[in-house]
Design a protein around this ligand. Structure first.
Ligand code: NAD
Ligand code: UFG
Length: 336
């Protein structure tokens, strides 16, 4: 298939392009490089030995999008492009609503005009807000207790896509709800490259391990969990990437949500411990206050994706830490 990937230079997009190209798909990507580096795409080309057609512009740019759709016959669109920092979204809500929602509306418009009927969306566990049950299922309640504008954009976009599918029965939409992506391509040449101090646990721990940051701040150890620290469903980014190929191969009607997750919860201290083993060094940490907006536990059942997409998360936390460490050690300053 001829696939348009938005946000392809980013963390998940770049790993997914590898899997798409390895599966024989032809990839064009649009990225404004607001949170990424074109070097990621060059390295992906080296890994797969296949070219990526790259266009640098913001997906909300309707004129450029129209040119692109007029000159390509896309079979499907995978929409990764979006801003994703929870804290920044609280400080800059309009930027988040504008960027994330308008980019999606522009894409849907262009797809509609050009008869492109298959859309995969990077949604998030954040749509479940405060989990009403664990493990979460696709049928669990969504939209209640979302604590930040970033999460709201994901929830709103899911609604927009569901409405679009109701209006056009030939439009096929897959809502991929990612849990906590970690790890890197085993080559160690591409990985997560936060432009600022990382917000997420694993990249933060990796920068502590490499000596760029002093210690991990563990946000609370008084939750009702195995050791009092927050529990999440960490999924290797290569497994996540393969989930997109599986979703592309699957034909369904309307809007369908899938949890891309492992079904297993891992605590903050367990993850720090696993990373420390992978890096073969102590990772210093201190316990601090809880981070506002965090929930105690968030993990989900992958049963629907297993059953309907034939997709399974196969890689372990240990592999994710080893792969992440290989990337961090070899590229202490990311792509720069
Ligand atoms: P990322 O920031 O590494 O990648 C996003 C890419 O989109 C970047 O390359 C950025 O430059 C680009 N971009 C942003 N806005 C754009 C726009 N308007 N036009 C063109 N390009 C634009 O993030 P990621 O971790 O790879 O996440 C990809 C998607 O998955 C995002 O939509 C994110 O919200 C979602 N997601 C991520 C996580 C996570 O923990 N990483 C979890 C759940 C969902
Ligand atoms: N944590 C720390 N110290 C840190 C960073 C995180 O103790 O420096 C803890 C958090 O309190 C939480 C766990 O590590 O218990 C994971 O936190 P992350 O920030 O890595 O991930 P979140 O689960 O908070 O958020 C992620 C994505 C969001 C997405 C959400 C739900 O970053 O974009 O999963 O899918 F919305």
């Amino acid at each position: 298939m001829n696939i348009l990937v938005t946000g392809g230079a980013g963390y998940i997009g770049s790993h997914t392009i590898i899997e798409l190209q390895n599966a024989g798909h032809v990839v064009t990507t649009v990225d404004n490089l607001s949170n990424s580096n074109q070097e990621a795409l060059r390295r992906v080309e080296k890994i797969t030995g296949k070219p990526i057609e790259f266009h640098q512009f913001a997906v909300q740019n309707r004129a450029k999008l129209e040119d692109l759709f007029s000159s390509h016959a896309f079979n499907a669109v995978i929409h990764f492009a979006g801003l994703k920092s929870v804290g920044e979204s609280v400080a800059e809500p309009l930027q988040y609503y504008q960027n994330n929602i308008d980019s999606t509306l522009s894409l849907l418009d262009a797809m509609n005009r050009h008869g492109v009927k298959k859309f995969l969306f990077s949604s998030s566990a954040t749509v479940y807000g405060t989990p009403e049950e664990l493990p979460l299922k696709e049928t669990s309640r969504v939209g209640i207790g979302i604590t930040n504008p970033y999460g709201q954009t994901k929830y709103m976009i899911e609604q927009i896509l569901k409405d679009t599918c109701v209006a056009d029965e030939s439009f096929e939409c897959t809502l991929l709800r990612y849990f906590n992506p970690v790890g890197a391509d085993p080559s160690g040449t591409i990985g997560e490259d936060p432009s600022d101090t990382p917000n997420n646990l694993l990249p933060y721990a990796a920068q502590v391990a490499v000596g760029k940051l002093k210690e991990v701040k563990v946000f609370g150890n008084d939750y009702d969990t195995v050791d009092g620290t927050g529990v999440r469903d960490y999924i290797h980014v290569v497994d996540l990437a393969k989930g997109h190929v599986a979703a592309l191969n699957h034909t369904s009607q309307g809007a369908n949500a899938y949890n891309l997750c492992t079904g297993k919860g891992t605590s903050v201290l367990e993850l720090i411990n696993a990373f420390s083993k992978a890096a073969d060094r102590e990772i210093p940490y201190v316990i601090t206050d809880r981070r506002p907006g965090d929930v105690a536990s968030c993990y989900a059942s992958p049963a629907k994706a297993n059953r309907e997409l034939g997709w399974y998360a196969e890689r372990t936390i240990e592999q994710a830490c080893a792969d992440s460490w290989r990337w961090q050690k070899g590229n202490p300053n990311g792509y720069n």
